[in-house]
Design a binder for this molecule. Structure first.
Ligand SMILES: C[S@@+](CC[C@H](N)C(=O)[O-])C[C@H]1O[C@@H](n2cnc3c(N)ncnc32)[C@H](O)[C@@H]1O
Length: 314
């Protein structure tokens, strides 16, 4: 073995020993059994495949960064501050948008270090009396998306249709494309500029247009699409539609989503509908589901992902 290789191996061994030293005898034995098993090899291959697809998503994110302003809010968008729910405290002074599909936690740390983004704002200028900013994202993060497709949803989605309601820059769609075998992946988005960005990405990355499609429309004009979808993914609409329209949207979904279809949300249905003062009417509509691919939980820090929910329509 050449010296450079020896250094890499001993460095890896040192890191593994640091980790193993934290375990008690029972934990260590379980881990040693796993390392000697065929399952470990399979888990390692899966992990490598997730890393490969994640790199592709990162590349897509970097391409989108070139197309949108730093805060990733387009001039053609009518973004409004929520008046109900857990983000109703957001205002122009205490809130910044950092798109989590474009910037992961490490990249946000870099932005802060380089002075391009602040995590705090001053309560009275020139003082040390500062408060943390609300950093909100209009997109789900790459990790959240991988968790949805590799842990929450069933593994085999052949012949299934996934619908992202309000697909914005398309992060959910590209993740579904690379992480599942779903036959139909559709994004519906009311903002034309967002649709154009998604179309450009699909073309530039050579995705199969028979499998992934963008529909420029208000979802309420496309009940047929909603009826045919087996999986409907929705990221909070708080910053995009007024409360009354938001309520109408849930009545629309209740009417058109078919029994047995799945809904993925990044806030519980109880919190979403309670904030809109309409939970009572929906109490029997959905049931929460356990993740279908629990064996893949080992690839994620699930503690950080407890705010993603899977429901089935009753
Ligand atoms: C929070 S963003 C979600 C982005 C994306 N789904 C994700 O998580 O990466 C919500 C999007 O929904 C869109 N939207 C809101 N109401 C809509 C409607 N009624 N029909 C279609 N799109 C809508 C907005 O334009 C916005 O782009």
């Amino acid at each position: 073995m050449i010296d450079e290789e020896k250094d890499i191996i001993s460095n890896a061994q040192s890191r593994i020993l640091d980790l193993f030293a934290e375990l008690d005898d029972k934990e260590l034995k379980t881990l040693e059994q796993w390392l000697g098993s065929k399952k470990y090899r399979k888990d390692l291959e899966n992990k490598k495949s997730i890393i490969r697809s994640d790199k592709l998503l990162q590349k897509i994110g970097d391409t989108i960064k070139e197309m949108v302003p730093f805060e990733a809010e387009l001039p053609s968008e009518n973004i409004m501050l929520p008046t109900v729910g857990d983000q109703a405290d957001c205002n122009q002074v205490n809130t910044r948008h950092v798109d989590e599909f474009l910037y992961d936690e490490e990249q946000v740390d870099e932005l802060v270090k380089d002075g391009k983004l602040s995590r705090h704002y001053c309560l009275d200028c020139n003082s040390q009396n500062i408060k943390e900013l609300n950093l909100i994202s209009h997109s789900m993060s790459r990790v959240q998306l991988q968790y949805i497709f590799k842990v929450l949803l069933p593994k085999d989605l052949e012949d299934k249709q996934i619908l992202d309601v309000g697909s914005r820059f398309g992060g959910i769609l590209y993740s579904a494309y690379y992480f599942t075998n779903a036959s139909n992946i559709i994004g519906i988005e009311m903002n034309k500029e967002c649709c154009e960005i998604q179309e450009k990405i699909i073309k530039q990355f050579g995705m199969d247009k028979n499998r992934i499609k963008i529909v420029h429309s208000d979802v309420t004009d496309k009940d047929d699409l909603v009826k045919k979808s087996n999986i409907c993914i929705m990221n909070c609409f708080d910053f995009f539609i007024p409360t009354e329209d938001h309520k109408k949207l849930w009545y629309f979904f209740k009417k058109h989503l078919t029994k047995g279809s799945y809904i993925v949300l990044n806030r519980s249905i109880a919190d979403t509908l309670t904030a809109l003062d309409m939970f009572e009417e929906f109490i029997d509509w959905l049931s929460i589901c356990r993740p279908f691919q629990l064996e893949n939980e080992i690839f994620f820090d699930v503690e950080d992902l407890h705010e993603i929910f899977l429901y089935v329509v009753n």
